[in-house]
Design a binder for this molecule. Structure first.
Ligand code: DON
Length: 576
């Protein structure tokens, strides 16, 4: 069979959309620079994203001579249109880059910032009790978005094509509309109350005040106009002028405290990623204000003290859970935005420190966490969403990007006539001791709210480099992102012949120190597995739905062949 130079994957839709992809792949073959008549031409570039329209648009940009960074801008922009419930211009995120020409590796930090006028009293009353919904809905919930600035930065500094060209596919889809898929329809249904009661959200996303059915043509002309301004004027098209004006007014009318300067002064920050070695492989992952890289490093460093191979083998699972417990305990104690607080990163990711932490693990018993004096409060139960995509091009440039507006449809606020759905990322700050956020995460002073500060994140775009090649991996899922990526790394390192689909499909469990329980995906683990873990004192909790929507690409060192895989959970809506 003749294959294209581009491996594509999108949210497990492959089976359902064979004809669709065959059409695209045929198109690639016509245009690709592969030697005609080759019997089996391996893919050289790969894109995995949560939506076929985004993957397809990214691939066309590669075809037009763009590099992985160009494609990453296009994929982000199209996702903002076709997956507005997960990420978009009103949100933030992290792009992890590897530039092949000089091997530069950098994390583009486009995380939201707290507005200058923020105070804790917006979210917590005098008695220290959280104001219901303040971090989750409306104007107070929204941080200053970073995604538009991130896209402009990526295009200007790393891309080959013009921002106008990169945003064009998203503009067309926003203006002409696209037919929503079953995933969109179901998410809109779950979030119908938010969309109905939100600001401008019923007008934009509902069909006669009801969640639209699959196949509904969703047009977003206002978002198209905002994207056009960004395309024409670069970041100023969003952060200054009429869009900025509408954003400030819209947010403040919904209870927010934004000022024009919050937007005008927003800065993308280039940060060195967290880098460490694990059993001979190099892991490159997100730096603070994402906890991802540090917590992954701590957890894997602890695991290095043990002969762990399969994280799902019950004896190993005990150690993995204990390593996660310790990693997340330090997340809670120490991690926050390093532009505001001192975080002992070097010490935390030091191998000797990990070995001292490993020495506290009892191989037969779960470690109690009563050293952490925590008053559990009922956390808000709600669904959440974010998006990850991975790109690798023919030259070996790579992008892993995790972008978010936090929970599904963010804070239910579209500012004025901008079409921009705003995030509720302020919920990722810690409101005080014993006050968990949406992901049941506790935090310390390091992650307290302050003007201009960036909330601590778990988004973990990651590269794994070993003798086999290079893996780009990541997922949405709040705090569970870290354990998902951990499993992705361990599974990949266990494979001699890389089978990406098995990596993104494998069952998951999670522990984050507090609450002191092991969450497990339904139907993922046997009774014997459970009995072994319970005998060691672990509290097991099978959750109702699978989680995650992992997107991975891999390029082999030996022949440059690339492959892509999308988590089937993204398609079947078993999880999110
Ligand atoms: O930055 C974070 O860690 C969260 N706001 C990410 C949210 C998320 O992944 C929700 N996804 N399912």
């Amino acid at each position: 069979m003749l294959r294209s130079w581009l491996a594509v994957a999108t949210a497990g839709r492959a089976r359902a959309r064979v004809a669709y992809w065959r059409r695209i792949l045929t198109l690639v073959l016509v245009c690709a620079t592969v030697s005609a008549g080759a019997a089996d031409v391996p893919a050289r570039a790969a894109i995995a994203s949560a939506h076929p329209l985004a993957t397809e648009a990214g691939y066309r940009i590669l075809q037009q001579g763009g590099n992985a960074f160009d494609a990453a801008v296009t994929v982000a922009a199209v996702l903002a249109v076709v997956e507005p419930y997960s990420a978009g211009l009103g949100g933030g995120g992290f792009w992890l880059l590897h530039r092949a020409s000089d091997r530069k590796q950098v994390m583009i930090d486009a995380r939201e910032t707290a507005p200058a006028a923020v105070t804790l009293s917006l979210y917590v009353n005098d008695e220290g009790v959280p104001v219901p919904g303040a971090t989750l809905r409306g104007g107070k919930a929204a941080g200053i978005p970073g995604v538009p600035a991130g896209m402009a930065h990526l295009a200007e500094r790393y891309g080959k094509l013009k921002l106008r060209q990169l945003l064009a596919p998203a503009i067309v889809l926003a203006r002409n509309g696209f037919n929503i898929d079953s995933r969109f329809a179901r998410i809109a249904q779950v979030r119908e109350p938010l969309l109905r009661g939100g600001i401008n959200t019923a007008r934009v996303f509902l069909d006669n005040d009801a969640a639209p059915p699959q196949g509904y043509l969703l047009r977003q002309p206002e978002l198209a106009t905002t994207l056009e301004r960004l395309a024409e004027q670069g970041r100023d098209g969003f952060y200054r002028g009429p869009v900025a004006h509408s954003l400030v007014n819209g947010v403040n009318a919904a209870g927010g405290v934004w000022q024009a300067a919050d937007l005008a002064d927003y800065k993308v920050i280039e940060r060195p990623p967290v880098r460490f070695n694990y059993r001979g492989a190099t892991i490159v992952s997100a730096a603070l204000p994402s906890s991802g890289g540090v917590t992954l490093a701590q957890t894997l460093n602890i695991l290095e003290a043990y002969p762990i191979r399969d994280a799902r083998d019950p004896a190993s699972a005990h150690i993995v859970i204990e390593a996660l417990r310790r990693g997340f305990q330090d997340r809670l104690r120490y991690l926050g935005d390093t532009d505001f607080v001192k975080v002992p990163v070097a010490r935390l990711i030091d191998k000797a420190y990990a070995h001292s932490r490993a020495a506290t693990i009892n191989p037969n018993l779960a470690t109690p966490i009563d050293a952490l004096t925590i008053t559990p409060l009922a956390a808000v139960t709600e669904s959440y969403n974010t998006t990850h995509y991975s790109v690798i091009d023919v030259d070996g440039n790579r992008v892993g990007a995790t972008l978010s507006i936090n929970s599904w449809f963010g804070g239910g606020l579209i500012a004025g006539d901008t079409g921009v759905l705003l995030n509720n990322e302020m919920d990722d700050f810690s409101l005080g001791p014993g006050l968990p956020n949406l992901y049941h995460l506790l935090g310390g002073k390091a992650n307290s709210i302050a003007p201009h500060k960036r909330p601590l994140s778990s988004m973990s775009p990651t590269f794994v480099e070993d003798g086999k090649g290079v893996l780009v991996i990541g997922a949405p899922g709040g705090s569970r992102i870290i354990s998902m990526v951990l499993f992705g790394i361990l599974d990949y390192l266990n494979q001699d012949n890389v089978d990406l689909l098995s990596i993104v499909t494998a069952p998951r469990y999670h522990h984050q120190c507090w609450p002191d329980q092991v969450e497990m995906e339904p139907a993922g683990f046997s009774d014997a597995w459970r009995a072994t873990l319970e005998a060691k004192g672990h509290q097991l909790h099978v959750v109702s739905r699978k989680w995650g929507n992992m997107q991975a690409v891999f390029k082999a060192n030996a022949d440059g062949a690339a492959q892509a895989a999308s988590d089937p959970r993204g398609f079947d809506m078993g999880g999110y």
